[in-house]
Design a protein around this ligand. Structure first.
Ligand SMILES: NC(=O)c1ccc[n+]([C@@H]2O[C@H](COP(=O)([O-])OP(=O)(O)OC[C@H]3O[C@@H](n4cnc5c(N)ncnc54)[C@H](O)[C@@H]3O)[C@@H](O)[C@H]2O)c1
Length: 316
C-alpha cells in the first residue's frame, strides 16, 4: 500500500521515519514538498535506513505520484514558532496559524484529491481540526480526519504515570475537544487498573488540586515547552501519525481520540473515534461530569468559529 506525506519539514520527516521504523503496514512512501530539494534529500536519507526495517520503498515525488495512495498525510504549512504561536498567555494558541495554513491547504488539497480521489486524508498541520473541516469542504468527501487529541491524551497518560509511579501504557486517560488551548482533560474517567486516578493520587498523599493544575498546564502547553528547546515539536506527533496511518491501512477499528466531523456537534472535534478503513468509522462521546461537558461545549463553540474562518480563508 502507498502512503504519501505532503510537507516534509520537521513533522513530515519524523512521520516518515516512524512509518519506516514501525514497518509492515505500507509498502511505499512518497514524500511531496514545494521544496523539492528537501523532499529529495529526506527520501534519500530514509532510503538508507529502510533496509533495517520490513520492506518499504521511500521516494520523493510530485502530486502525480499520489495515484493510488491509500492515505495522504498533510503536514505542510507554518509551525507554531514561525507563526508566532508560542506565547502561553495567548488564548488563540495554534489558531493563530489558521489563516496562513488555510491558504496552504487551498493549494494542496485540490491537487491531492485530483491525483488520489479515493485516499483517506489525515490532517496534522495546525490547527488540525478546523483544517480538517476545510479539507472536507475542498475534497468533497468525508474520508478526512485529524490527529486531534491523541498526542494530548498520550501526554496526559505520561504525566499521570510519572506521578503515580506506573507505566503510561496502563493509564487510561483521554483528552477531547480541540487540539488546542480549549481541549478538555477528562479527569473523571482517568483510571489505572480500574481505579480512578484522583483516588490513587489521594491514597499516595498527593495534593489532587495542585497536581491537576500542574498536569493541565504541562499538557496544554507541552508543544511550547518542546519548541523552546528544539524549535519544533516533531517526534511525538511523528509516532502518532505513523500509528494512525497503520490503524487505517490495517482496518483495525482501533478506538482512539482523533478528530472527525461530528454531525451532532456540526464540527470536527476529538471524541472516542473508531479508526479503520476509510478513516473514522464511528464516534462515541465518553462519560463526562457536568463541568467537563460545559468545557467541551466551549471547545465546540471555538472550533465552529475556527472552522468557518478556515473555510472562508481557504475558499477566498
Ligand atoms: N497536530 C499536531 O499535533 C502537530 C504537532 C506538531 C506540529 N504540528 C504542525 O505541523 C505543521 C508542520 O510543522 P513543521 O515543524 O514540520 O514545519 P516545517 O516548517 O518544518 O515544515 C513545513 C513544510 O511544509 C512545506 N510546505 C509549506 N507550504 C507548502 C505547500 N503549499 N505545498 C507543499 N509543501 C509546503 C514547507 O516547504 C516545509 O518543508 C505545522 O503547522 C505545525 O504547527 C502539528
Amino acid at each position: 500500500m502507498k502512503v504519501a506525506i505532503v510537507g516534509v519539514g520537521a513533522v513530515g520527516s519524523a512521520t516518515a521515519l516512524s512509518l519506516v521504523e514501525r514497518g509492515g503496514s505500507c509498502r511505499e512512501i512518497v514524500l511531496v514538498d514545494r521544496d523539492t530539494a528537501r523532499a529529495d534529500a529526506v527520501a534519500t536519507d530514509l532510503r538508507y535506513a529502510a533496509p533495517l526495517s520490513p520492506t518499504v520503498d521511500v521516494r520523493s515525488g510530485g502530486y502525480g505520484d499520489l495515484t493510488d495512495a491509500a492515505v495522504v498525510v498533510i503536514t505542510a504549512g507554518i509551525n507554531e514558532k514561525a507563526g508566532g504561536a508560542t506565547d502561553r498567555s495567548e488564548r488563540q494558541g495554534r489558531l493563530r496559524l489558521l489563516d496562513t495554513n488555510a491558504k496552504v491547504f487551498a493549494d494542496i488539497v485540490p491537487r491531492v484529491v485530483a491525483a488520489s480521489p479515493q485516499a483517506v486524508l489525515m490532517v496534522v498541520t495546525d490547527p488540525p481540526d478546523p483544517l480538517a473541516d476545510l479539507t472536507r469542504h475542498l475534497a468533497g468527501h468525508d474520508r478526512v480526519f485529524s490527529t486531534g487529541t491523541l498526542i494530548d491524551s498520550l501526554r496526559f497518560r505520561v504525566q499521570l504515570a510519572d506521578r503515580l509511579g506506573v507505566r503510561p501504557r496502563d493509564v487510561q486517560a483521554l483528552v477531547v475537544g480541540e487540539h488546542g488551548t480549549s481541549e478538555v482533560l477528562l479527569w473523571s474517567s482517568a483510571a489505572v487498573g480500574g481505579i480512578p486516578v484522583t483516588e490513587l493520587l489521594t491514597q499516595d498523599g498527593l495534593p489532587v488540586e495542585d497536581v491537576r493544575k500542574e498536569v493541565e498546564n504541562d499538557i496544554r502547553y507541552a508543544n511550547i515547552t518542546i519548541i523552546e528547546g528544539t524549535g519544533a515539536s516533531q517526534y511525538g506527533i511523528g509516532a502518532v501519525s505513523a500509528r494512525l496511518v497503520e490503524a487505517v491501512l490495517r482496518d483495525e477499528r482501533a478506538v482512539l481520540p482523533v478528530a472527525a466531523y461530528s454531525p451532532d456537534h456540526q464540527v470536527t472535534l476529538s471524541l472516542s473515534s473508531v479508526l479503520g478503513a476509510g478513516g473514522v468509522q464511528q464516534t462515541h462521546q465518553p462519560a463526562m461530569t457536568r463541568e467537563e461537558q460545559r468545557a467541551l461545549d466551549k471547545s465546540v463553540r471555538i472550533l465552529r468559529e475556527a472552522a468557518e474562518r478556515a473555510i472562508a480563508a481557504g475558499t477566498a
